[in-house]
Design a protein around this ligand. Sequence first.
Ligand code: NAD
Length: 412
Amino acid sequence: MAINTRRHFLTQAASGMAVALAYPSSRVLGANNRVRVGMIGVGARGQELLKQILEVQDAELVAVVDIYTRRCEEAKRLASGIITLNDHRRLLDRNDIDAVIVASPLHIHARHFLDTLAAGKDLYAEKTMTWSIAEAEQCLAAAKKSDRVVQVGLQHESSGALADSKKWMKDGIVGKVTQVNAWMSRNTPHGKGQWVRQVPDDCTPQNVNWNAFLNGRQDRPFDPYKFINWRLFWEFSGGNVTENLIHQIAFILSALDVPLPTAASMSGGVFSEKDGREVPDTIAVTYEFPDIVVTWQSTFSNSHYGLGEHFLGSDGTIEHVAGATEMVTGESREAIRYYPEKANRRDGIPLASQTPNQNHMANWVDCVRTRKAPNAPVEIGYRSAIAAHMANISYRQKQRVTLEAARSAPPK
Ligand SMILES: NC(=O)c1ccc[n+]([C@@H]2O[C@H](COP(=O)([O-])OP(=O)(O)OC[C@H]3O[C@@H](n4cnc5c(N)ncnc54)[C@H](O)[C@@H]3O)[C@@H](O)[C@H]2O)c1
């Protein structure tokens, strides 16, 4: 991690922003040493994670929390024996839960992160780690003070592609990387904006704890559209930067093993579907690092090139692509490949994927049992979150922002 990041963290901790908490240093796990799991937020992603945790042999799902009755009913249909609750504090009070998966909307992540650690539970925290830079500092500080295992839901940190990239970099066959170009593209039928979800009939004030969703945001009458489509609005979301750039910038930061960007610039707008959303659908980000420039481009009006990253080195290129439409066959493919640069590795040969993916959820459960560091620890959650927020701050301010300026800027 960058020195300036550490210094900032210490300053924050000294100024009292970090929460001082007492953590149990050891915990007796459930029967057969199984990890007893609770979940906060069982919407779309939460239900995917619920299915994943049910598949992990050394884990047992005990209870879930959601503030929308429909989601609790859906979770119960997926795992009939579980307890369902409507307040995350009741879940964290329970002694029969060792570890918690958080998959709530972005603007509530920090609260659920901090409360889970304060309750002495291990944590799987969906990305992006937090909604703001200040919250990321708080969560990093709390995690560092605790001995709890924290895995961030950046599942590509468990990928074989990342392991291959790190190995090729370490082996010296990529050489000096001065540029990384990344992109992410999607499309939807005309008239239907990316991410827009229909509001179910039972999404009513009787079935939703609207106040718990607002999480301290300005009080207002129940708004079912915003509750379901929180991703489209800055108050609750960071848009495509916190939804998708986050995975790729985490991958790039890990592969290059570089500290935080020194500056970010982001341009774009709402161009694809003008459906009332605030967050841009068309984006170009440039990150500056000492001696490296990283770019990321994104559109919601064309999916032809899928997503990927090109690491451009003096001795070789790493090409990581997924979901691109192959010109001739029309098929999509995911691949990681290495190509030597003839200028500096005349006899080098191209390489293909070498390492299998690890199961990110199983890695977390394994680390809860062994107390080892997981594949996506709090540090990469923190660094990727800061990078994402720098880009959004630049977009909102319509100017290039340095790391220092972003840290003192209003959120987003
Ligand atoms: N890692 C990945 O690949 C991946 C993929 C998709 C989504 N995500 C992340 O997962 C998170 C959730 O996204 P989603 O699409 O599932 O959203 P969603 O709206 O479908 O689900 C969020 C759930 O949280 C519940 N909730 C809201 N406030 C709550 C509170 N105070 N306490 C308890 N529950 C509360 C909602 O009722 C809802 O069921 C987001 O942070 C998103 O970025 C990650």
